[in-house]
Each structure stands twice: as structure tokens, then as C-alpha cells.
Design a protein around this ligand. Structure first.
Ligand SMILES: [Zn+2]
Ligand SMILES: [Zn+2]
Length: 85
């Protein structure tokens, strides 16, 4: 059975799931990380990660490339139903 975490742990957990993506300018880990529900099997939430190398004109950190690459997180999964169920 796949490891599970709560939705509240997702934001911290994404730090452990980062993948350097060759489609990013500096091979950085910017992108969306898609977590799945272990309850219903649907995509639960897409968590954005920005490496910090790029700042948008409004002063926030931005993705190095748009659209940012997506990565499926195979494990852990979220121990709750997705919002559509
Ligand atoms: Zn980046
Ligand atoms: Zn669902």
C-alpha cells in the first residue's frame, strides 16, 4: 500500500519530490507536482514549486518556464477524497 500523507503535509512534502527538468532553462525543478488521492484515485491537487531563480515583474517568484512542466508524484498519496468526489 502506498504511503499516505494529509493534505496539510503536501506543501512541505513537495520539497522531497523535486525533479530537475531538462525542459527548464537551468534544468531546475520549477513546475507543478501532481498529488493523487489514495482514497478515490483521482488527482488531488497540483502543487507549484518555484526554484527562486526567476522573479515576475510584480516581484513574486515565478516559474523559470511557462507553461511549467508537470510531474506526477507516485507516492506518497493524499489520504482524502479529491474535491470532485
Ligand atoms: Zn526554476
Ligand atoms: Zn476523486
Amino acid at each position: 500500500m502506498a504511503a499516505q500523507i494529509t493534505a496539510a503535509q503536501m506543501g512541505a512534502d513537495v520539497q522531497n519530490r523535486l525533479v530537475n527538468d531538462p525542459s527548464n532553462p537551468n534544468n531546475c525543478a520549477c513546475g507543478w507536482y501532481v498529488y493523487y488521492s489514495s482514497v478515490c484515485g483521482h488527482a488531488y491537487q497540483e502543487v507549484p514549486y518555484r526554484c527562486g531563480a526567476r522573479t515576475t515583474p510584480s516581484g513574486k517568484s515565478g516559474f523559470c518556464k511557462t507553461p511549467a512542466p508537470k510531474h506526477i508524484v507516485p507516492a506518497p498519496q493524499i489520504n482524502a477524497q479529491c474535491q470532485y468526489c
